[in-house]
Ligand binder design. Structure first.
Ligand SMILES: CC(C)(COP(=O)(O)OP(=O)(O)OC[C@H]1O[C@@H](n2cnc3c(N)ncnc32)[C@H](O)[C@@H]1OP(=O)(O)O)[C@@H](O)C(=O)NCCC(=O)NCCS
Length: 141
């Protein structure tokens, strides 16, 4: 199926391949952002989530949370993956709050040099299938 229905948004599949599923985030007919599962490792059942809602006026309306939950449902229930992870700057409090809300947990931290030669902290966060199902479909586990 090429479209996934969220509560507020629709995810429209574009150019999937074996290692990546990429969706446009639609609000009505407007494309407000993109979300994807990248680096899909079928053997270990893992993938990396990336999301971008382009216009800041579209932030903080719950669209990010809805898009992530909709994609996680696809990842864990339809694609039968075991774990979805992501990387996020420690300074990105909006994204951190959103990921925390949907059940991602911090698993580690990295430091990397920015293009301006300053150091930034990155959190590695992840959610596994069991935790997602327990929180979203408690009657099924
Ligand atoms: C990160 C992103 C996907 C989140 O999507 P969104 O639609 O803005 O998120 P939501 O509205 O679902 O949730 C954001 C939450 O952060 C909260 N928030 C916003 N600013 C905050 C701040 N400064 N401190 C703490 N929480 C904050 C909001 O109140 C909301 O929580 P609530 O629903 O409990 O009130 C979106 O903001 C985005 O695309 N940003 C630019 C690209 C980006 O940073 N991508 C992630 C890279 S890892």
């Amino acid at each position: 199926m090429s479209q996934l229905m969220g509560g507020k948004i629709v995810l429209d599949l574009v150019k999937p391949n074996r290692y990546r599923v990429h969706y446009h985030i639609l609000l009505g007919k407007e494309r407000i952002g993109e979300i994807e599962l990248d680096h899909i490792a079928w053997r270990s059942g893992e993938a990396e989530l990336k999301i971008d809602i382009f216009d800041t006026t579209m932030h903080c309306h719950g669209y990010g949370t809805d898009a992530i939950l909709t994609l996680l449902e696809q990842a864990f229930v339809t694609m039968n993956l075991n774990r979805v992870y992501l990387r996020v700057r420690a300074s990105n409090v909006k994204a951190l709050h959103c990921y925390d809300k949907v059940g991602f947990k911090k698993e580690g931290r990295l430091h990397r040099l920015t293009e301006w030669n300053t150091e930034e902290e990155i959190f590695l966060m992840a959610i596994d299938k069991a935790r997602f199902l327990k929180e979203r479909h408690p009657w099924a586990v």
